[in-house]
Every structure is written in structure tokens, then in C-alpha cells.
Design a protein around this ligand. Sequence first.
Ligand SMILES: *[C@@H]1O[C@H](CO)[C@@H](O)[C@H](O)[C@H]1NC(C)=O
Ligand SMILES: *[C@@H]1O[C@H](CO)[C@@H](O)[C@H](O)[C@H]1NC(C)=O
Ligand SMILES: *[C@@H]1O[C@H](CO)[C@@H](O)[C@H](O)[C@H]1NC(C)=O
Ligand SMILES: *[C@@H]1O[C@H](CO)[C@@H](O)[C@H](O)[C@H]1NC(C)=O
Ligand SMILES: *[C@@H]1O[C@H](CO)[C@@H](O)[C@H](O)[C@H]1NC(C)=O
Ligand SMILES: CC(=O)N[C@H]1CO[C@H](CO)[C@@H](O)[C@@H]1O
Length: 478
Amino acid sequence: MPSTYTRLFAALCALATTANAVTTIEVKGKDFVNSETGDRFQILGVDYQPGGSSGFTKKKDPLSDKDACLRDAALMQRLGVNTIRVYNLEPSLSHDDCASIFNAAGIYMILDVNSPLYGGYIDRTAPKSTYNSQYYEQVFGVIEAFKNYPNTLGFFSGNEVINEQSVKEVPAYIRAIQRDMKDYIKKNVNRTIPVGYSAADVRPILMDTLNYFMCEDSNEANSESDFFGLNSYSWCGESSFKKSGYDVLTEDFKNSSIPVFFSEYGCNEVTPRVFTEVQALYGEEMSQAFSGGLVYEYTQEDNNYGLVKINNSDTATLLVDFENLQKQYAKLDMSRIQASNASQTSISAPKCSSGLIQNSTFLSKFDLPSRPSKVQDMIDNGLSKANTGKLVGVSSTAIPQKIYDHTGNEVSDVKLKALANGESNTPGNSTSSSSSTSTGSGSGSSASVTVDANAAGKMTTPFLGLLVGAAVAAVSIL
Ligand SMILES: *[C@@H]1O[C@H](CO)[C@@H](O)[C@H](O)[C@H]1NC(C)=O
Ligand SMILES: *[C@@H]1O[C@H](CO)[C@@H](O)[C@H](O)[C@H]1NC(C)=O
Ligand SMILES: *[C@@H]1O[C@H](CO)[C@@H](O)[C@H](O)[C@H]1NC(C)=O
Ligand SMILES: *[C@@H]1O[C@H](CO)[C@@H](O)[C@H](O)[C@H]1NC(C)=O
Ligand SMILES: *[C@@H]1O[C@H](CO)[C@@H](O)[C@H](O)[C@H]1NC(C)=O
Ligand SMILES: CC(=O)N[C@H]1CO[C@H](CO)[C@@H](O)[C@@H]1O
């Protein structure tokens, strides 16, 4: 029989290599739910593309730079977000550090499978010629890269592909891509990871787009969307539920049988942004139709939608928009937002029929392009030479960069707080930025720092604390 010491050592090793993890999210009816507790999950998110879409190369994507991810995950914890969306990913890079950092922070990821490089996306004017096995190296490559992370919330099959320039068959290609992705996941992943489409707010065909993607078709089982993202910028400045048209969106999407959320929001026609739409979006009325949304976008780029200005690799500045959004999030009633609702989780999808489509410019037939045989092989056997990701330990939580607030004061004590198993990030639980912002120079220490308001559920001293806690637990088991 092994000695107590050996067993303790083994227990510690097991815990040290198994990082704490968020609970996976699944789709039930028209809600996202926590797969263990059944609580509703609404997205409090930001779109994350440091460097803009042109910042992406084969050698660098937003989830391949560990130092940047650590800084940004720590700042996002303070902001109060629980989800990021990343548009452009390169499957051959390692995402283990970044995905593990966001997991430790209690932040989920929604990932677009396409890349802006030729061959990595479907050409909306000629979909047939780009729907091929080269394209699937990218699509299945992203699935392989992210399938093992518990904080992978979902994959987008496409972003704003359907528009005025797209040919009529494009919806069928996107539905075929969803079918192929979902079949790949079914065969090669040990859990169901939801797949959906992100639409532009193209009014005359918006509801057709939703209906086309969410309906179930017996000839093409497993091709329907599991969720629907809408990019919407209709609330600008101090608008209102009516003036912004949110009332119409709520009415329209109430009938959806799958979760719907803003995959981009945050009009910048009025600056600074005050983000009063947050109270509407997560309010009682609108959350019957929407599961939250993602603010466009985390970093300040040329198009002026940022919350954080990355000055250089050593310093970043929290813009006034960051503080405004943080204050709006902090006002939310998370217990209501997380309350499960049986009448929403029990909704089932309509059957596909041409009657669901109103506008004659939109495709109303549900036959899908057939799958190339090479793509079938990839599904049957798994992508060969795949760069499959896995969670790794997060050992460093200190943020080496200097962070400033919008008035130029240094923000002290920015660090990653690794959450306990099963926890996700919520607003108001990090130290408030106003109290930890030093007013006098050199007052680097703030008493409030890592004292967590919700200490019962969350680790305050990250990895070390986990190990010490584990040791205590292990000793008490022995
Ligand atoms: C699926 O695989 C991952 C990574 O290997 C593992 O952490 C997880 O526990 C597995 N999940 C299930 C439901 O088996
Ligand atoms: C159908 O959609 C097109 C745009 O795709 C739009 O120009 C047209 O007005 C719409 N027709 C109706 C009847 O809504
Ligand atoms: C939503 O469903 C209800 C009940 O089936 C129906 O009366 C209403 O017209 C639908 N609304 C939309 C916008 O489709
Ligand atoms: C539950 O969902 C239904 C349908 O969306 C809605 O009418 C009802 O108000 C919700 N209940 C609560 C408590 O939010
Ligand atoms: C960082 O960027 C902000 C916003 O543009 C600016 O106010 C600040 O001076 C910059 N700081 C440094 C150190 O470059
Ligand atoms: C201070 C604060 O807002 N604490 C919240 C932290 O998160 C939990 C779980 O959502 C809330 O119940 C607390 O109110």
C-alpha cells in the first residue's frame, strides 16, 4: 500500500496538472444554459481582435500572444465580461496559453472558423468554387484547435456572408458548412459544441435568414443553427427601447427557437459611448428574446470602437468607454439574468418549409450542396496532422504592463484572478477600478485589492491558493 506521503504527492500532482475549468455551456431551447447547474447563461461579451482584421497573419492571431492575453483577461475580469468573440484564427498556432488564461478568468470564447486569407473563407459571389477540402483544412483545423477547451462556447460558421452582393445560393452553402461542422464535431469531439451564424442587420431579409437557419430539415439532419448572432448598431448615445428599434427586434426574435444574441453592438455615432443599451438588452423584456451580446470591440483601432487603447507592449489605457461599460454592467441583476426559465428551454424548432421565407430574393429551398468526398474522409477519420489544443496550467497571474485610466492615473493591482472550478466571471466581483486607481502618485497599494466580494465561491490567490487549498483537501481526505 502506498504511504500517506506518496498518496498526498500523487493527489497534488493530479491537481497541479488538471487546471480548474469553467463548466461547459449548452443550448436548451432558446437559451444557453450551464451544463451542470442548468442556470441560464447570458453573454456579457466583447469582440476581441487586437490589431484589427489586418493584424491577423499566419504567425500571429489574437489567441497566440500569451502576454497580451494575460493583460486582457485581467482587464476583462474587471470590466465584467464572461465571453469574447474572436474573428480570425490560424489553426497551426498554439492557443493553449491564451485559452487556458481565459478559462482561468472564467471567460468563454466564441470562435469564427473562417480566415481572411484566400482559401480560408467562402466567396459570397462564387460559393461553389470555394466550398472544398482546402477550406475545410481551416474550418476543421479551428475545431481541432479549440475542441478540448471547456470555455469554447461555440463556433461561427460565417459572419455577414449574406448581403447585397451575395448570390442567392449562399444560405445553402452556409447551412452546408454548419452541417459539415456539426457532423465533424459529432464524430471527433467528446461533447456537443454549438454552431451558429452571425448576421448583419439587413432588414428586409433578417427574419428570413433566422428562419432559414433555425428550422429543422429531415433530409439534412444536423444542419440547423444552434444559435444566431446579430450585428446591430441601432442604439446610439442616450437612445431608448423604441427609438433604437430594440422594441421591433425584441418582437421579431421572441419567436426564435434558438438562442439569439448581439454578436456585435455599440454604435459610436455619439461619443463617448454611454452604453445605456446594456440595461435594455439585459432587461426583463428584451431577455425574453436575446441572450445578451458582445460589444464591438475591446481594443481601440482606426475605426474608433475601442474600450482599451494598447499603446505598446508595455502600456495600455482604459478609455472612458471602458469605465462607462463597466458601470452599466455593474448595475445588472445577475441573479435574474441567470435564472432558468422552463418556457424558454422547452421551445422546439419549426420544420423547414418554403412558407417560412417571406422575401422572394431569399432562397426558399432547403436542398444543400453535397459534401465533397475528401471532406467526408476528414469527418470520418479526423483531420490529419491536426494541431489539437489542450488546457495547460496558468502559473503567472501578474500583469507586467502598466495600465492607466482615461485620466492618465496608473491603475494598480491589475492581475488575473483564477476562479474556482465551475465559476465564470461576473460584473462587480473584481476590485472596482475607481477605488484602486491611485489618486496620488506612488500609492501603489490599495487595501481593497484581491479581497473578493464573493470569496466563498472564488479563489483570491490564484494558482498557489489552489495548490494550498488542494493540499488541505488532500490531507483531509487521507
Ligand atoms: C473531453 O475531453 C476533454 C479533453 O481531453 C476532457 O477534459 C473532458 O473531460 C472530456 N469531456 C467528456 C464529457 O468526456
Ligand atoms: C426583399 O429584399 C431585398 C433585399 O435583399 C429588398 O430590396 C426588397 O425590398 C425586399 N422585398 C420585400 C417585399 O421586402
Ligand atoms: C410569433 O409567434 C406568434 C404566435 O405563434 C405569432 O402570432 C406572431 O405573429 C409571431 N411573430 C413574428 C414576428 O413572427
Ligand atoms: C420566461 O419566458 C417566457 C417566454 O419568453 C416569458 O414570457 C416570461 O416572462 C419568462 N419568465 C421570467 C420570470 O422571466
Ligand atoms: C496611450 O493612449 C492613450 C489614448 O490614446 C493616451 O491618452 C496616452 O497618452 C497613451 N499613453 C502612452 C504611455 O503612450
Ligand atoms: C459585489 C458583487 O457584485 N458581488 C457579486 C459577485 O457575483 C455573485 C454571483 O453572480 C453575486 O451574487 C454577487 O452579488
